[in-house]
Write a protein that binds this ligand. Structure first.
Ligand SMILES: NC(=O)c1ccc[n+]([C@@H]2O[C@H](COP(=O)([O-])OP(=O)(O)OC[C@H]3O[C@@H](n4cnc5c(N)ncnc54)[C@H](OP(=O)(O)O)[C@@H]3O)[C@@H](O)[C@H]2O)c1
Length: 270
């Protein structure tokens, strides 16, 4: 029998997940998306998925509800469906929103917190998962099945780690893109390359760097870097510039500020 998975919110993160699940025969997917323009697009792209503007019936205990709304929309959205969820299993993908708040708003203790990232839509995601003790091992297996079908998973021992993982596996996607944008801008503005050509080159550099690490798991990242960085060579001058300008300190500040905002949002919207 198929497990029903209902997404509350059909935005970027929800789509990243259900795009990866849509062909999995074990699941029946439904998406609640109140914005008519966004619903119309989803209906067009995913004709086999049921898209509705609100939950029109009561869920069963065996169904799964995935909370994929923004933290600022959480309280109002949870309270609006509270009477229809029947102690079903709930998975939150919301950054920063603690289970204690969700328990209260939904009157349901069966809440799993997760932190996926957007490459989930192409099966290359990484999802951190925190399951409280009340979740059975069968349910944990089911949750793992959902998230392994869109990438790899990482189980955390406590809920606080779900907040700590945000700058590491979720927001870091944007950090990498930001660095890529800098490389592309400079290829265009400083070295006169066409933007399209520069973009192709930098995308290939990033995917190639990652693939090289995967192909040689016994070679550490700093060793691979050393192989490109000859003494008194050109690359060394670039690395020395990053060191002099303390790029790692900037990275630390970016990650800390990202984490601080994750915690702040929980207070702000709970
Ligand atoms: N994007 C990421 O990389 C990422 C990574 C990890 C976790 N997350 C988490 O994922 C969650 C969603 O983020 P997102 O980037 O996907 O945001 P998003 O694109 O804005 O998606 C949220 C969607 O939910 C809809 N919505 C809100 N309340 C609703 C309700 N009561 N009924 C039906 N639909 C409702 C919104 O519609 P309206 O347009 O009408 O408001 C919007 O389309 C956030 O909590 C975020 O912390 C995101």
């Amino acid at each position: 029998m198929k497990t029903k998975i209902v997404f509350l919110g059909g935005g970027n993160m929800a789509e990243a997940i259900f795009a990866g699940l849509v062909h999995n025969q074990n699941f029946e997917i439904e998406v609640i998306q109140r914005n008519p323009k966004k619903s119309a697009r989803l209906k067009n792209v995913y004709p086999t998925i049921k898209i509705t503007s609100n939950l029109e019936y009561k869920l069963n205990t065996n169904d799964i509800l995935i909370l994929a709304i923004k933290p600022q929309q959480a309280k109002e959205s949870c309270e609006a469906i509270k009477d229809k969820i029947n102690q079903c299993l709930i998975i939150s993908v919301m950054a920063g929103m603690p289970t204690s708040c969700l328990n209260k708003w939904l009157d349901n203790p069966r809440i799993i917190r997760t932190m996926p990232n957007t490459p989930s839509s192409i099966g290359k995601g990484i999802t951190a998962i925190y399951s409280p003790e009340i979740i059975t091992s069968d349910e944990t297996q089911l949750i793992n099945q959902i998230f392994t079908s869109i990438g790899i998973i990482y189980s955390t021992k406590n809920e606080a780690d779900i907040d700590k993982i945000v700058p590491i596996s979720s927001s870091s996607i944007a950090f990498v893109y930001y660095f890529m944008e800098g490389l592309i801008e400079n290829a265009v503005n400083e070295f006169g390359f066409e933007r399209e050509q520069a973009t192709t080159i930098i995308k290939h550099v990033i995917s190639g760097s990652s693939a090289l690490l995967d192909a040689n798991p016994s070679i550490a990242i700093n060793e691979q870097r050393a192989r490109v960085t000859s003494k008194k060579g050109a690359t060394e001058q670039g690395i020395l510039t990053f060191e002099r300008e303390q790029l790692h300190d900037i990275t630390r500040m970016a990650m800390q500020n990202c984490y601080a905002r994750t915690l702040e949002m929980a207070k702000e919207f709970s």
